[in-house]
Design a protein. Structure first.
Lengths: 116, 112
C-alpha cells in the first residue's frame, strides 16, 4: 500500500538554525499538509497546500515557516530560525481530494525535531 | 476552539472488554473522522462518518454521530492488546477550508 514517507526521522538542531523537513506524499494525492505534535499534546494543524500554493494556515504558521513543493514528488517544511518551542514531532499528510474533507488524510511517521 | 475534545483522556481495560471513547465538538461539521496513533508513529485513519449519518461500522469499530448534541463515540468491541494506542477524533468544519482539526485524544491501554 502506498505511504507517505518523511525524512529524517529525527533532527537535532541548535536554536537559530534553519531546518528543512522533507516529505514524499502519496503519488496521486493532490492535497498536502503539515501538522505538529508537541510531546504528549494535541496534533496541531500548521498548513495545507494545493496546486502549488497555501490553502490554509494556522496561527502557528508564522513568517518563520514556509512550505514548498520543489518538484513533482517532494513537499518540504522549512523553519528559518528555530526556537526551543519548535521542538515537536512534525507530521506530513496527504489526501487525494478535498471535497469537504471526505478523503481521509494519510500521515507519515513524522520527524522528531529537537532544538537545543 | 473548534477542536473536538475526547473523553476520557485515558482508559485502561482488560483484553476482551469493550472500549468506548467520546468526542465533542463545537460547530457544524461536514464529517467527523477517527484516527489511531501508536506511540511515536503517525496517525492512521480508522473511519469517517458524514454529518448525515448516525452510525457506521468497520470490523470491530462502531462510530456514532449525534449532530444535535455535537458528539460522537467510538466503540471498539472485544479489545486486544494490539489496540493499545491513542485515538483521536478529527473534524472538518463547513467553512474552514482545507483544515482537519484534531482533538486531544484518548490514550487506550488494553491489558492482556
Amino acid at each position: 500500500e502506498p505511504e507517505v514517507t518523511q525524512t529524517p526521522s529525527h533532527q537535532v538542531t541548535q536554536m537559530g538554525q534553519e531546518v528543512i523537513l522533507r516529505c514524499v506524499p502519496i503519488s496521486n494525492h493532490l492535497y498536502f499538509y503539515w501538522y505538529r505534535q508537541i510531546l504528549g499534546q494535541k496534533v496541531e494543524f500548521l498548513v495545507s497546500f494545493y496546486n502549488n500554493e497555501i490553502s490554509e494556515k494556522s496561527e502557528i504558521f508564522d513568517d518563520q515557516f514556509s512550505v514548498e513543493r520543489p518538484d513533482g514528488s517532494n513537499f518540504t517544511l522549512k523553519i528559518r530560525s528555530t526556537k526551543l518551542e519548535d521542538s515537536a514531532m512534525y507530521f506530513c499528510a496527504s489526501s487525494i481530494t478535498l471535497t469537504g474533507g471526505s478523503s481521509p488524510l494519510h500521515f507519515g511517521n513524522g520527524t522528531r525535531l529537537t532544538v537545543t | 476552539s473548534q477542536q473536538g475534545e475526547e473523553d476520557p483522556q485515558a482508559l485502561s481495560i482488560q483484553e476482551g472488554e469493550n472500549a468506548t471513547m467520546n468526542c465533542s465538538y463545537k460547530t457544524s461539521i461536514n464529517n467527523l473522522q477517527w484516527y489511531r496513533q501508536n506511540s511515536g508513529r503517525g496517525l492512521v485513519h480508522l473511519i469517517l462518518i458524514r454529518s448525515n449519518e448516525r452510525e457506521k461500522h468497520s470490523g470491530r469499530l462502531r462510530v456514532t454521530l449525534d449532530t444535535s448534541k455535537k458528539s460522537s463515540s467510538l466503540l471498539i468491541t472485544a479489545s486486544r492488546a494490539a489496540d493499545t494506542a491513542s485515538y483521536f477524533c478529527a473534524t472538518w468544519y463547513n467553512n474552514a477550508g482545507n483544515m482537519l482539526t484534531f482533538g486531544g485524544g484518548t490514550r487506550l491501554m488494553v491489558k492482556p
